[in-house]
Design a protein around this ligand. Structure first.
Ligand SMILES: Nc1ncnc2c1ncn2[C@@H]1O[C@H](COP(=O)(O)OP(=O)(O)O)[C@@H](O)[C@H]1O
Ligand SMILES: [Mg+2]
Length: 210
């Protein structure tokens, strides 16, 4: 059995990760590829419980505590969902993964990069994504989209603009530092234009015709 490919979608609030994850999964299935669609935080039974803990209202997690909870959830997500799916030959497409911790807990909330790198080596190790699509939009554009989505206000959506600008800068820096793994996608266009750019990146990088 050929191992499947692991794709992650990253970006700030309202960049379009969730809609583009669904579009990409549909495009892959349309050409006969078995795909597991997943997300972080969460993506497996125990990791979804940690998600509820992280998102519970009224709790003030310290940045390091939050990074540790994400790490625990990710370890479970890998063991319960991602690694078994890849071993079975399925592709895995995740709405957020380890770059979200670098951006949000690192650049956004000040946990030292070395601490996060150490955690990543322990938790993710060799199970790094084969391809990471970083959806890039100005912070104000993403926030306006997220507010228009109307799912109630997210804790991060309430943070000031400079927080969101640090996230964007962090994602752009990751894309620049790891060009073999990452593709920076201009996500300012309409849904269709971004979906086309996402499929093009997957075709080019992973050699599948979509
Ligand atoms: N390229 C786009 N142009 C206009 N609206 C978009 C675009 N991408 C996403 N949206 C809309 O913006 C909102 C946020 O998209 P979503 O996929 O939930 O973002 P994320 O998961 O990155 O926070 C949704 O209402 C979605 O339909
Ligand atoms: Mg989303």
């Amino acid at each position: 059995m050929t191992r499947g490919r692991f794709i992650t979608l990253e970006g700030g609030e309202g960049a379009g990760k969730s809609v583009q994850r669904d579009r990409l999964v549909a495009a892959l299935r349309a050409v006969g590829i078995g795909v597991v669609a997943t997300r972080e935080p969460g993506g497996s039974p125990s990791a979804e419980v940690v998600r509820d803990v992280l998102l519970a209202h009224g709790l003030a997690w310290q940045p390091l505590s939050e990074a540790l909870l994400h790490a625990a959830a990710r370890a479970q997500h890998l063991v319960e969902t991602i690694r078994p799916a890849l071993a079975d030959g399925h592709w895995v497409v995740s709405d957020r993964f380890n770059d979200s911790t670098r951006a949000y807990q690192g650049a956004g909330q000040g946990v030292p990069a070395e601490t996060l790198d150490q955690l990543d080596r322990m938790v993710v190790g060799d199970s790094q994504p084969d391809l990471t699509l970083i959806l890039d939009v100005p912070a104000e554009v993403g926030l306006a989209r997220a507010q228009g989505r109307g799912q109630g206000s997210d804790r991060y959506e309430a943070m000031d603009l400079s927080f969101h600008e640090r996230l964007r800068a962090s994602y752009r820096a990751i894309a620049k530092a790891e060009p073999e793994r990452c593709v920076l996608i201009d996500a300012t266009g309409d849904l269709e234009a971004v979906a086309t750019a996402v499929r093009a990146a997957v075709q080019t990088r992973l050699g599948v015709a979509l």
